[in-house]
Design a protein around this ligand. Structure first.
Ligand code: SF4
Ligand code: SF4
Length: 328
């Protein structure tokens, strides 16, 4: 029997990048392994559900769960981990606010299946085969997870104790969080484990941000390159820095890319997209409604721009879907 605290890692609807962050701890992972007893880590170690079910309630000290909740299987797993864990940490943007997978909340299961299995140019599905929840294998019925109509954040599914933001969270924050947990030096329950400052507060380009911004056209990094030494917003590139929590080390900004908002909002902000929209709307340099419309129309994909990482966790949650019939 070991007396080391038990730790679990689990992933739901995610790209796997958050798992990479754990691996990116490099040799520090050995310190983590020496200090804790990993009881679940599907990407790296072969544990089974029955191993977790066999534990007592609360026996796991902390479970780090990344990814949004999209499938019935993910819901079952996170509920099991909640029951078995003293602490749950929502790890990364998708668990925290829905992340990129929750942009799927602009459609529903029917529309997603239609696109993925029928109408996408690479689809070759003349038999019209779609995912189902039960299938026969060698005469045996096999139950499969069901795909929900919408993506949920982790805390829309289970109670969450702490949030580690980012897409993915930087290793420095992960290391600090693990240390704080092991030493019992955690902030108040419900806290986001990153500074409560905006990206603009810590941005290396902050000095070049004018007191009063005035924009008459929005530009895209896809079609023109920003000057890396000048505030992106001052140049007309949408930067979510004013509405985004710091703590990432300004990774995108230092790579000449405006902040896309993966760290989520600061404390007390209910809707990061609305906060960003309000910041951007306030710098449009016109009082003429037609001119304002023209300027706004230079923003490509407003929903994907302002809610790229936070749609499920926003007040909107998604958009209304007009039902269509499944066809060939
Ligand atoms: S708007 Fe963006 S580039 Fe400008 S200071 Fe804020 S974070 Fe930096
Ligand atoms: S700059 Fe913005 S999008 Fe990039 S890692 Fe930091 S918070 Fe995320």
């Amino acid at each position: 029997m070991t007396s080391k605290p038990k730790v679990a890692f689990y992933w739901c609807a995610s790209c796997g990048g958050c798992e990479e962050t754990v691996v990116d701890l490099n040799e520090d992972i050995l310190k983590v392994v020496a200090a804790v007893d990993i009881v679940l880590w599907p990407v790296a170690l072969d544990f089974k559900r029955r191993d977790i079910e066999a534990l007592s309630d609360g026996e796991i000290a902390v479970s780090f769960i990344n990814g949004a909740v999209r499938l019935s299987e993910q819901e079952e797993w996170v509920k099991l981990l909640r029951q078995k864990s003293q602490l749950i940490v929502a790890f990364g943007s998708c668990a925290h606010l829905g992340g990129i997978p929750s942009l799927g909340n602009t459609a529903n299961r029917e529309l997603i299946f239609q696109r993925k299995y029928m109408t996408v140019p690479t689809a070759d599905n003349s038999a019209k085969t779609f995912p189902c929840v039960s299938t026969l294998v060698d005469g045996h019925e096999l139950d499969l997870p069901s795909f929900y109509d919408t993506v949920k954040t982790l805390d829309q599914t289970i109670d969450v104790d702490y949030y580690l933001p980012g897409c993915p969270p930087p290793t420095s924050l992960v290391g600090e969080a693990v240390r704080a947990i092991l030493e019992g030096k955690l902030p108040e329950r419900g806290a986001v484990l990153a500074p409560n400052k905006s990206q603009c507060d810590t941005c290396p380009l902050n000095e070049t941000k004018p007191e009063k911004l005035a924009i008459r056209e929005f530009k895209r990094v896809a079609t023109s390159a920003p000057d890396p030494k000048t505030c992106f917003l001052a140049q007309g590139y949408i930067c979510l820095g004013p509405a985004t929590r710091s703590g990432c080390g300004e990774r995108c900004i230092r790579g000449n890319m405006p902040c896309r908002g993966c760290f989520g909002p600061m404390d007390g902000v209910l809707d990061q997209g609305a906060k960003a929209l309000s910041a951007i709307a306030s710098i449009i340099d016109s009082n003429d409604p037609e001119e304002i419309n023209r300027i706004i129309n230079t923003i490509e994909d407003p929903l994907g721009t302002f809610y790229r990482f936070s749609l499920a966790g926003s007040l909107l949650r998604g958009s209304r879907v007009v039902e269509t019939k499944r066809g060939g």
